[in-house]
Design a protein around this ligand. Structure first.
Ligand code: DX5
Ligand code: ZN
Length: 221
């Protein structure tokens, strides 16, 4: 299809937290290189999820790349601690940043990878000035806040547009998509140009291992 590296990032928001270690081990064994970690503050998004102590525990049990998605206001107050707790990638939302350059640089200086995210309603043009400061752009494909929502179709065009800009200008930037991705739309999203694929409810459940293997095969095809 192309020579980009496609990566699966299962979102543990959809895991059974009473057996989180086992669920993570199944995604690791199934070949998921990343693990997506959704932090929600009840302010930027309506719900509250989990934070540093959980990340610290997860760090101890896996070598997967910990892909931390901060759905929180004033992320600059917390990025240092998330890096200390084991994040490998820290993604902040454009909508939460007063001085984007400053926060992106702050993350870079912590020695972790830098991600910048946009909500479905936010124009993709918002990220263009920062493409030389980030490793990844996360294009939200649902309104952030909950797992298990339906993919918003118009977000596909944002991914296509961004892939065009990145390739044309030669940036080394991954495109991550997050929300409502499942086996019916996965190939379409890869073809649009995304290469880091978050999947929550489609991966976790009775067959976490088998689901991971199945989706990873599609990504690696
Ligand atoms: C939504 C989160 C997502 C969510 C994806 O706010 O950022 O990572 O867990 O879950 P699914 O794949 O179930 O839509
Ligand atoms: Zn997420």
């Amino acid at each position: 299809m192309n020579n980009r590296k496609n990566i699966l990032s299962p979102s543990i928001l959809a895991a059974d937290f009473a057996k989180l270690g086992k669920e993570i081990e199944e995604t690791n064994r199934g070949g998921a290189e990343y693990l997506h970690f959704d932090v929600m503050d009840g302010v930027f998004v309506p719900s509250i999820s989990f934070g540093m102590p959980v990340l610290q525990s997860v760090r101890k049990i896996t070598n997967q790349v910990l892909d931390v998605h901060l759905m929180i206001t004033e992320p600059e107050r917390y990025v240092e601690e998330f890096a200390r707790c084991g994040a490998d990638i820290i993604t902040v939302h454009f909508e939460t940043l007063k001085y984007p350059e400053k926060v992106l640089k702050q993350i870079r200086d912590l020695g972790v990878k830098v991600g910048l995210s946009v909500n479905p309603e936010t124009s993709i043009h918002a990220v263009e000035p920062y493409l030389d400061m980030v490793d990844m752009v996360l294009v939200m494909t649902v309104r952030p806040g909950f797992g298990g929502q339906k993919y918003i179709d118009y977000c596909t065009d944002k991914v296509k547009y961004l892939r065009g800009i990145i390739d044309e200008k030669g940036y080394n930037v991954d495109i991550e998509v997050d929300g409502g991705i499942n086996k019916t739309n996965l190939k379409m999203i890869l073809e649009a140009g995304a290469n880091v694929i978050v999947m929550g409810s489609a991966v976790f459940g009775e067959n976490t291992y088998e689901n991971t293997v199945q989706f990873n095969e599609i990504l690696k095809a």
